[in-house]
Design a binder for this molecule. Sequence first.
Ligand code: NAP
Length: 290
Amino acid sequence: MSNLAVPVSSSGSMLLGVMGDPIAHSKSPVMHQAALRQTGIPGDYVRLHITADQLGEAILSIRTLGFRGVNVTVPHKVKVMAFLDEIDPAAAAVGAVNTIVNNNGRLTGYNTDGIGYIRSLKEEAVPELSGKTVVVLGAGGAARGVIHALLTEGPRTVIVANRTKETASKLCEEWQKLGSLEACSLEELSEWVPQADVVINTTSVGMSPRIEESPLDTSLLPGGTVVSDLIYNPLKTRLLREAELRGCRIHSGLGMFVYQGAYAFEYWTGQPAPIPAMRNAVLEQLDGQE
Ligand code: NAP
């Protein structure tokens, strides 16, 4: 992989960026700049504040300006798909794109959120997911990426619990051929959480500044359960703090953020991503915030 020529633009450097609205607080630039520095690839990764009405023009300009690729974040992950030449099948199934690769003017969209999350979960908490019973709290955009990637690991059952049960039911029906899926409401969680090997929060409940909220009654958790939260600000949410006190193994969303970026970096550069440098760069930013 590392022997491949790095696809820099005709200017001799690799242009990368992130499009979103708002974008000022994105930690992607600091993470990818650290990755470029660490790998010695000449280039830059810039913040691009793009509003919904500018999205089509902004995507066209990727080719004109010679960007090798961009990340796409809130609120453009779904709408951006209409402007691309090709969509990776997994991103098409999830229904969202967070990474675009420009191959000589041909734009391909990928979704690295779900695969990034699973890589992080396996490396940091649960090396083997096959045969496991997994409860996923939430059925929104992030949940779709996580559940789609999770189903490729052969879990015994995935229980999707959502405030609006209908959204969970629709998701389970859509992907019933991919594995064993069960929908439930948040009220029905008492039935499922005690038998779960892994519980994953994909809702925004507990995210800064509302850090005293929790998506789950943690008295339902037996010690030994792995409890994972996609939120990384704060690094230890109330859910994770309480789960840890109950003897559960905890896993934060920082790894997901780092690994979704690592996959994107690998798609753009053809080089292995320097994970520790990327993680440290984000951690330094998070520390600086407190
Ligand atoms: P989303 O599409 O808006 O989905 C939000 C989900 O949370 C829905 O299932 C929603 O349920 C549920 N929810 C929201 N407020 C709730 C409440 N008060 N009580 C119970 N359920 C509630 O958002 P998303 O894009 O999936 O993002 C979700 C979270 O994942 C955010 O915190 C985001 O920061 C995090 N995330 C982290 C990473 C990472 O790299 N670590 C990447 C992506 C996302 P309803 O269907 O009932 O509304």
